[in-house]
Ligand binder design. Structure first.
Ligand SMILES: *[C@@H]1O[C@H](CO)[C@@H](O)[C@H](O)[C@H]1NC(C)=O
Ligand SMILES: *[C@@H]1O[C@H](CO)[C@@H](O)[C@H](O)[C@H]1NC(C)=O
Ligand SMILES: *[C@@H]1O[C@H](CO)[C@@H](O)[C@H](O)[C@H]1NC(C)=O
Ligand SMILES: *[C@@H]1O[C@H](CO)[C@@H](O)[C@H](O)[C@H]1NC(C)=O
Ligand SMILES: *[C@@H]1O[C@H](CO)[C@@H](O)[C@H](O)[C@H]1NC(C)=O
Ligand SMILES: *[C@@H]1O[C@H](CO)[C@@H](O)[C@H](O)[C@H]1NC(C)=O
Ligand SMILES: *[C@@H]1O[C@H](CO)[C@@H](O)[C@H](O)[C@H]1NC(C)=O
Ligand SMILES: *[C@@H]1O[C@H](CO)[C@@H](O)[C@H](O)[C@H]1NC(C)=O
Length: 785
């Protein structure tokens, strides 16, 4: 037994040929090459575990008919080819796992003849065709995993009798069809049923007899609710923790019996169905509920006051329904709430200040409703708001409270399409991490505040269709990351700055400001008189001459085309306030080609980093997979999640999401999905290895300074602006990543530490100690406190 090491190379022949070997376990190493066929012909070997290595090739056919092999575990390798029918002659097998390889072709019928097989796992391969009937006829089977393949066909109607001992049935992500057999209700040992993303239709069967059921996932099919008696029957499943019925054809009114579901239910997913009627207030009895998704249905009536009695609620998603009335004050009791989505309903009344009770709220979307009244200033005590605040398309009025400046972590802010008035509060300039600011279509007047000078990281700013006056601030030209500045239809006056972003007619929009003038003709405005343009330098006069001829010819033809094209681009690039991404293990497997070594871009003490492409993501991502068997690694994951939860800065690595789940082998799996930094890490630029040498030019002095300033900005943010402040504790070149423009982003927060206030009682409780801080290349200077 040599599990959990770093062994490399092939399995030595003399080991494979040993005639007395009974047990060989090499799980979790980096072994490669083909698996010696001698192992399959052995007459002594009883347990063979080669999972989580890099073995290639196919499983050799074997004529061995009296193999004593009981365990054959080959999951998570790079094996390919078809599954040889001769495996069916290994009649002593109890466990057979071929999951997470590249096997293709049909599942051989002979597998079903292995008499005592208890665990059969074929998940994450490319197996196709129908499942041989013999597989559903294995009375000893407790675990059947066939998920994420290309299998077709129906589940036999009598599966409940032919698999009497089955506990886990995983068939998700195939092309299975037909009805879900009612006989499943007779396999009373079932704990987990996962039939997600197939083409099952018909009414969901009543499974109330499965008293041990923990996880039922029927999402992504074409199932119907019938008279909803299946839901009432589930109330006898007192162990149920996860119920997913999303993306089906469930119709009709949710029964009150929803409140009698298991007290342990943590996840209830009903989104994207055709459920109508009111949300039953009995839902309040599901006191363990953490994630409640009922968006994209036809729900009507009020949001029940009683939702406030769900103390563990973390995500509440009710968007795109027909809910009316106001937000119940009890929402403020949801102290764990992190994401609240109520957009696209018919909600009205004021936004309750009670929302300030949701101290962990990171994302709030109330857009596209009929909320009126003022924006309560209590809302701006929520310094946790970082992912998004969207109040657009309502009837909000009055001034923006000055307290908005508290939202120091906020990225996107959208208050457009309301009737907000008064001046833009200068405190908005304190929201230094704004990336997107939409205030268009309101009644704001006065000048663009000078404090906007500190919004240097902003990508989009739309102040159009207000009544803003005064000059366009000159400092906008220094905003390097800005991709859109829309100031159209205001009352702005004076010269339009001519440098930086203003040179690019596809980024700046200023039409409908009759008093603006310009010194660059591309902007199609009257020229400024000498007085105003005195400050412009000589070079721009040359530009004028050069561009005038061109512009007169081209502008009228292309202006509209550019406008249209840009608008489309913009919508794709920055969707406002979307729900936080949630990826499954299967998503990550697909993204990284099964965590293939080709995708590995780095490896550290606690984790490996893979680059990959996730279908729903525009850009490539980096996936940091934690090596959970390393002492400290699980804690490192939590530290990193905590640290990145509320932080947001253009010089910190951006987190797309975290993923904590169980892999097909039943082990904990934890990963963080980050943006991928094209230019790798600073360490490899400063100290190139021989093999990289040829490709990378040395960093220029100027670039080095820019990188140093970026890192300093990130540290200033962590130490002085972040709440609570944080020490990175592992700052070194290999933890500084470089984006496509050689901008620096500090990453790897696995050793970070929160610095609570200098309050003495907190000194010894600074969170998340992971032993001595630092790693090869850097050790934090002692205990700061
Ligand atoms: C299993 O063993 C029997 C007896 O040797 C043989 O006839 C048969 O072909 C073998 N099956 C497979 C699939 O190799
Ligand atoms: C299942 O097993 C029973 C008896 O054990 C047998 O009669 C039946 O033909 C088998 N069905 C299939 C599809 O192999
Ligand atoms: C199978 O379950 C159904 C519904 O619970 C029940 O009516 C039937 O008697 C069961 N059949 C057997 C053979 O236990
Ligand atoms: C729950 O189980 C009890 C006893 O087994 C049975 O009497 C009752 O009808 C079941 N309830 C539902 C809703 O299936
Ligand atoms: C929940 O909210 C309501 C309304 O704001 C309040 O009256 C009640 O005391 C709160 N309950 C708890 C347990 O905090
Ligand atoms: C700029 O604002 C105007 C007025 O709100 C709008 O019509 C136009 O589409 C906006 N342009 C872009 C590129 O967003
Ligand atoms: C816009 O502001 C100007 C002063 O800057 C004022 O005279 C005018 O009435 C305002 N227009 C509207 C529609 O509020
Ligand atoms: C203007 O901006 C667009 C989009 O960011 C970019 O593709 C184009 O190269 C820029 N043009 C100039 C002249 O900078």
């Amino acid at each position: 037994v040599l599990t959990n090491n770093s062994l490399t190379g092939p399995i030595p022949p003399h080991l494979a040929n040993s005639s007395s070997l009974q047990l060989l376990s090499l799980t979790r190493n980096s072994l490669g090459g083909e698996i010696p066929s001698a192992l399959f012909n052995s007459t002594s070997l009883q347990k063979l575990s080669l999972g989580l290595n890099n073995f290639v090739g196919s499983i050799p056919a074997s004529s061995n008919i009296d193999s004593p092999l009981q365990y054959l575990i080959l999951q998570s390798n790079n094996l390919s080819g078809t599954i040889p029918p001769s495996l069916g002659n290994f009649s002593s097998l109890r466990r057979l796992s071929l999951a997470d390889n590249n096997f293709q072709g049909r599942i051989p019928m002979s597998i079903g003849n292995i008499p005592y097989l208890q665990v059969l796992d074929l998940t994450y391969n490319f197996l196709s065709g129908t499942v041989p009937g013999t597989l559903y006829n294995m009375s000893a089977l407790t675990y059947l995993g066939m998920g994420t393949n290309i299998l077709v066909g129906e589940i036999p109607y009598n599966i409940g009798y032919t698999l009497p001992n089955i506990q886990t049935l995983i068939m998700q992500g195939n092309q299975f069809q037909g009805q879900i057999p009612t006989s499943l209700a007779n396999t009373t040992n079932l704990q987990m049923i996962d039939l997600r993303e197939n083409q099952f239709h018909g009414v969901v069967p009543s499974l109330g007899t499965l008293t041990g059921l923990v996880d039922l996932d029927l999402g992504g099919n074409q199932l119907e609710a019938g008279d909803w008696s299946f839901l009432s029957s589930l109330s006898n499943c007192t162990q149920l923790m996860k119920l997913r019925l999303d993306e089906n054809n469930l119709q009709g009114v949710l029964p009150k019996s929803i409140g009698s579901l298991s007290k342990s239910l943590g996840l209830l997913l009903l989104r994207s169905n055709k459920i109508s009627g009111i949300i039953p207030h009995e839902i309040q009895y599901l006191t363990s509920l953490e994630l409640l998704y009922m968006d994209q249905n036809l729900l009507t009536g009020y949001i029940p006051e009683s939702l406030g009695n769900l103390p563990n609620l973390f995500v509440l998603s009710l968007f795109k329904n027909k809910l009316s009335g106001s937000i119940p004050l009890s929402v403020g009791n949801l102290s764990q709430l992190s994401e609240l989505y109520l957009q696209e309903n018919n909600l009205s009344g004021p936004i309750p200040g009670a929302l300030a009770g949701c101290k962990k709220l990171e994302q709030l979307n109330l857009s596209c409703n009929s909320f009126d009244g003022r924006i309560p200033k209590e809302l701006f005590t929520l310094i946790s708001l970082s992912q998004c605040l969207d109040l657009s398309h309502n009837q909000l009025s009055g001034q923006i409270p000055l307290e908005i400046g508290n939202l120091k972590n906020l990225g996107p802010l959208n208050i457009s399409h309301n009737q907000l008035s008064g001046q833009i509060p200068p405190t908005l300039g304190q929201c230094v991490h704004l990336e997107s600011l939409h205030m268009e279509c309101n009644l704001f007047h006065g000048k663009i505040p000078h404090s906007f000078k500190s919004l240097g990281g902003i990508i989009e700013m739309d102040l159009s269709q207000n009544n803003l006056s005064g000059e366009i601030p000159d400092f906008f030209k220094f905003f390097k990351s800005m991709k859109l500045l829309n100031l159209s239809f205001n009352n702005l006056e004076g010269p339009v700055p001519s440098d930086g972003i203003f040179q690019n007619g596809s980024k700046v929009f200023i039409q409908g400001n009759v008093k603006l003038c310009t010194s660059i003709p591309l902007l199609q405005l009257p020229f400024c008189n000498a007085e105003a343009s005195k400050q412009r330098n000589v070079s721009s006069i040359f530009k004028i001459v050069g561009f005038t001829v061109l512009s007169l010819v081209l502008l009228s033809c292309f202006a509209t085309i550019i406008l249209k094209k840009k608008k489309k681009l913009k919508q794709e690039a920055h969707p406002s306030c979307k729900e936080l991404k949630k990826f499954t293990y299967a998503n990550l497997v697909r993204a990284t080609n099964g965590f293939s070594p080709d995708n590995l871009v780095g490896s550290g003490k606690y984790g490996s980093v893979y680059r990959g492409r996730i279908e729903s993501e525009e850009h490539e991502v980096a996936i940091k997979v934690f090596k959970l068997n390393q002492l400290g690694a699980p804690k490192s994951f939590i530290v990193e999640c905590e640290a990145l939860r509320n932080t947001r800065h253009r010089n910190l690595i951006r987190v797309i999401t975290a993923c904590s789940t169980i892999d097909p082998t039943g082990h904990d799996f934890k990963a963080i999905v980050l943006e991928y930094s094209v230019n790798g890490d600073l360490g490899s630029w400063l100290h190139p290895t021989v093999h990289e040498d040829g490709q990378r030019r040395p960093l220029s002095f100027g670039t080095r300074i820019v990188i140093a300033v970026d890192i300093a900005a990130a540290l200033d943010y962590l130490h002085n602006q972040c709440v609570p402040p944080m020490a990175h504790c592992d700052l070194k070149p290999s933890n500084v990543l470089l984006d496509d423009f050689m901008g620096a982003r500090v990453g790897d927060f696995g050793l970070a530490k929160f610095l609570h206030s200098y309050n003495s009682s907190d000194i010894h409780t600074s969170t998340s100690l992971v032993g001595p801080r630092g790693s090869v290349g850097y050790i934090a200077p002692g205990n700061i406190f």
